[in-house]
Structure formats: C-alpha cells, structure tokens
Ligand binder design. Structure first.
Ligand code: NDP
Ligand code: 2IT
Length: 462
C-alpha cells in the first residue's frame, strides 16, 4: 500500500467510527431525551472508545455498544410507607440491572430526593466499567429511591426500607443481583433491608447485600474501603510524578462515608485536609480538620457540618457547598455527588496550583471541568477507577460470605491496596496502548470496556 492509500483508509476508518458513535449516541438521546446525566456518562465513555473501535472494528460489527448502553432490565416500583404521625407516603423505587456479562449485577442503592431513572442509569453504566476494572466477577447495576432520609426517625427509615425490600426482593439474590449502599444508604438501611429479605425468603442468604453489619456477615474494612481506596489510587498517581500525599494540602467535598475515610487515610499518610462540606456549606480549618469532630457530627449525630465551628471557632463556615473549590490546595477530592465541580471551579483550582484531582464521588466533575484538568496537565483520576475500592471490598464481602468465614481488617486492606494498584496500572497501560498517555479517563473506560465487551462477544447475542 502506498502512503497515500493507507492514509486514506485510516481517514475512512476514523470517519466510520465517528459516524457509528454519533448514530448510537443519537439513538440514546432520542429514546430518552430527558436523561441528561445518562447522556453525559454515555458521551464520556464513547469519546474514550474512538481508538479502540478503530483498532478493533469487531466491537462495532457485533453491535456491542448498542447493547451495552441498554440495560438488561429496568425495574421501577411503588414504595408506600407510613410516617410516625400515621400519614401515608408513596416514593418511587428503581433497580437497573445493567449488565451481567462478568457476573451477577452489583451496585449500590441511593436514597435521595433527586433520584430518577437518568441518575440510576448513569450510575449503573459507570458501575459496569468500574466493576470490570476491579478484576472481580461482578456485573453492573444500580438502584435507589427518591426518598429523603433527612429528618426521618429510625422507625420511619425502617418502615421505608422494609417496604422498599418487599418489592426489590423479587428481583435480587446472591447469584442474581447484589445491592449495597450509596448516598443515604449505610449500615443501618442495609440492616433493615437484610432483615426484610431474610423474613421473606426464610433463608439467611448473607451474600444478597453487601455493606452489612460486622455481626451478621459484613466485611471488615468495607466502611473504609471507598475512601481508603481513593487515597491508595491517588498515591499511585502522585508517585508517578515524584509527588506524594504526604505533605500535601487536601480539600475534600462532602462529609459522608466516602469523604470521611478519604480524609482519614489522607491524614494518616501525612496530608493536611483543610476543608470539607455537606449540601449546605463547607468548613475551612487552616491547621487541618479534626476528623473526630466531623465523625461525631455526621456519623453519630446525623448533624450539619456547620456545627464544627462550635468546637473550633477559629475555623470558618461558608454557606453554599460549591464554593469549596475556591480553597487553594494541592489535591482536590470531590466526594459528594455528580456534577458538583464545573469548569469555573476547575479553572479556579488550576489557578490556585492544584496538582491532582481524584473523583471519590461518581461523575463529580462535569465534562468541561475534566477538559480543563487534562488541558492543564493536572493529574486527573476518574471515578470509575478511583472509587472502585468500595465495590471491590463488597466483592470480597461476597467471597467471605460464600466461604462462611471472615478475613481480618489487615487482610482485606492488603487486598484493597493490591486491587487499587492494579486498577491504576491497567488504566495507565490502556491509555498508553491506545495513544492517549496520561489520560486516565480514557484508560479506565478502555480497560473496563474491553473486558466486558469480550465477555459479551464470547456469550453471544442473547
Ligand atoms: P453519604 O450519603 O454517606 O454522603 C454523601 C455526602 O455528600 C454528604 O456529605 C452529603 O451532604 C453530600 N451530598 C449528597 N448529595 C448532595 C448534593 N446534591 N449536593 C451537595 N452535597 C451532596 O454518601 P457516600 O459518601 O456513600 O457517597 C458519596 C459519593 O460517592 C456518591 O457520588 C456515591 O455514588 C459515591 N460512591 C459511594 C460509594 C460507597 O461505597 N458508599 C462507592 C463509590 C462511590 P448532606 O449530608 O447535606 O446530604
Ligand atoms: O458506586 C459504587 O461503587 C457504590 N455505591 C458501591 C457499590 C457496591 O456494590 O458496593
């Protein structure tokens, strides 16, 4: 082949891939025009896959993308419950069983008033790739309800959880679909749901839910896993640039499960964490946050982060959570929710000299913010890779449940560290192989996608 002909064929290939992705993406948007978060997640993944489809057109020929963006099953259901005053409320429950090519559906449940099908589908799609990256035998799913746990009594939470599980139990099982926690769902909610599932089945199927209490089949280190894993990944990223968590100034958004344990591990490795938030505002403490006080407020009392200044009057509280990114830092860890960090915030972080951004939350940086980081050579760790430690330890919880035994904290933590290192290395290798060195977003999408796609091809169109 002459150079001119080979160049033309490469241009044609690029055009084919581009046209194909555009067509599939348009189908997604036309089918469900209101699902903007889902569109955003699809677009990000598709962008990363351009060089993969150029090299391996078989993924196009076999219609893998058309299949992967359509959930295997979507379940929506009514969740009626009665409050402490005797009033009846009706919420909407969801479970999206997205992809079971690598194993049973696996992914968390979110209880938050903003939950709708778009949110659950974007989270489910991300979960497919994330779970693949962990190297464990788990497919992807997600669920939740538009229920607001804030201000509810323990009994109200229990009644809601039991009603939610009464319907969900029909569709899940230790070899079918294994839910866990997410925003608004922690050990208390998992406990209530497990109790109801057990009662309905007359069977102690420990492996049907993860994030369980330690007394009845939970894994040590699951509570810490997402936050700790985030810092293990961050340390790998920094190490490659001769940087370290030790000595760095860190800002973490949120003050829930992921944030608290990211703060804990960052501090343990020698960082100073100067700010964290909740949905109302953020605190700034120049000497470093006192995590025990944050835990007391958020984990024990279900309080507001603003209460922190009652103990530390020298710290400041700022109303409004999004302005947390104005605080200068070496490392920014968005650990609260989707699209909490936009291009303006990214610009400010860059201006203030940020060196690394690690997504503890799912899709916390919008697409434009990611571009700002990549264009300015900021180390950027994408959620699918960075926060995969939570689901990875969930899979270790399933393994322990199957064996009817439990590992020590140190054993689980050692496996978590190994898994996070492997994920980092696989992302680096995939981004390099496909001509996008330094782009871990692309690396994560490519490495995660290929394993799922190959399993789908091996299993045929069913
Ligand atoms: P939690 O419910 O424990 O904490 C959520 C935190 O984020 C709270 O501080 C909450 O503030 C804040 N937050 C929630 N929604 C909003 C919002 N719309 N705007 C601003 N702040 C908000 O949840 P997790 O820590 O478990 O989850 C946090 C993120 O991490 C989510 O994106 C989740 O999907 C992701 N994730 C969680 C994993 C896990 O194992 N739990 C695993 C991997 C990812 P407030 O108290 O005011 O509501
Ligand atoms: O987003 C996530 O990975 C989670 N919420 C954890 C899922 C799980 O099954 O542990």
């Amino acid at each position: 082949m002459t150079n001119a002909i080979s160049e033309k064929s490469s241009t044609n290939k690029k055009q084919n891939v581009h046209d194909y992705l555009k067509k599939v993406y348009e189908t997604v948007v036309t089918r469900d025009p209101n699902e903007t978060e889902f569109h955003q997640a699809v677009a990000l993944i598709f962008k990363s896959l351009i060089p993969v489809l150029e090299k391996y057109p078989t993924y196009m020929e076999k219609g893998i993308l058309e299949q992967i963006i359509e959930p295997e099953r979507v379940i929506t259901f009514r969740v009626p419950w009665v409050d402490d005053e005797g009033n009846t409320h009706v919420n909407r429950g969801f479970r999206v069983q997205f992809n079971s090519a690598l194993g049973p559906f696996k992914g968390g449940l979110r209880f938050h008033p903003s939950v709708n099908l778009s949110i659950v589908k974007f989270l489910g799609l991300e979960q497919i790739i994330k779970n693949s990256l962990t190297g464990q035998p788990i497919g992807g799913g997600k669920g939740g309800a538009d229920f607001d746990p804030k201000g509810k009594s323990d009994n109200e939470i229990m009644r809601f959880c039991r009603s939610f599980m009464t319907e969900l139990a029909k569709y899940i099982g230790p070899n079918t679909d294994i839910p866990a926690g997410d925003i608004g769902v922690g050990a208390r909610e998992i406990g209530f749901m497990f109790g109801q599932y057990k009662k309905m089945r007359s069977s102690f199927d420990a492996g049907v839910l993860t994030g369980k209490g330690l007394e009845y089949g939970g894994s040590l280190a699951r509570t810490e896993a997402t936050g700790y894993g985030t810092i293990y990944f961050l340390e790998e990223m920094l190490k490659d640039k001769d940087l370290s968590v030790s000595g760095s100034t860190v800002v973490v958004s949120g003050s829930g499960n992921v944030s608290i344990y990211a703060i804990e591990k960052a501090m343990e490795l020698g960082a100073t964490v100067v700010a964290c938030s909740d949905s109302d505002g953020y605190i700034y403490h120049a000497n470093g946050i006192d995590l025990d006080v944050v835990k007391e407020i958020k984990e024990v009392n279900n309080g507001r982060i603003s209460e922190y200044i009652e103990t530390y009057p020298e710290a400041t509280y700022v109303e409004g959570c999004t302005s947390i990114w104005e605080v200068p830092c070496d490392v920014a860890l968005p650990c609260a929710t989707q699209n909490e960090l936009d291009e303006d915030a990214a610009g400010l972080l860059v201006q203030n000299g940020v060196k690394a951004v690690g997504e503890g939350a799912n899709m916390p940086c919008n697409t434009e913010a990611i571009d700002v980081f990549l264009d300015n050579d900021v180390l950027y760790g994408p959620a699918k890779a960075v926060n995969a430690g939570g689901v990875a330890v969930s899979a270790l919880e399933m393994a322990q449940n199957s064996m009817r035994m439990s590992w020590t904290f140190e054993e689980v933590d050692a496996q978590l560290q190994e898994i996070m290192k492997n994920i980092y290395q696989n992302c680096v290798a995939a981004s390099g192989e496909f001509g996008l060195p330094g782009n871990l977003e692309a690396g994560a999408n490519i490495a995660g996608f290929r394993k799922v796609a190959d399993a789908m091809i091996a299993q045929g169109v069913v």
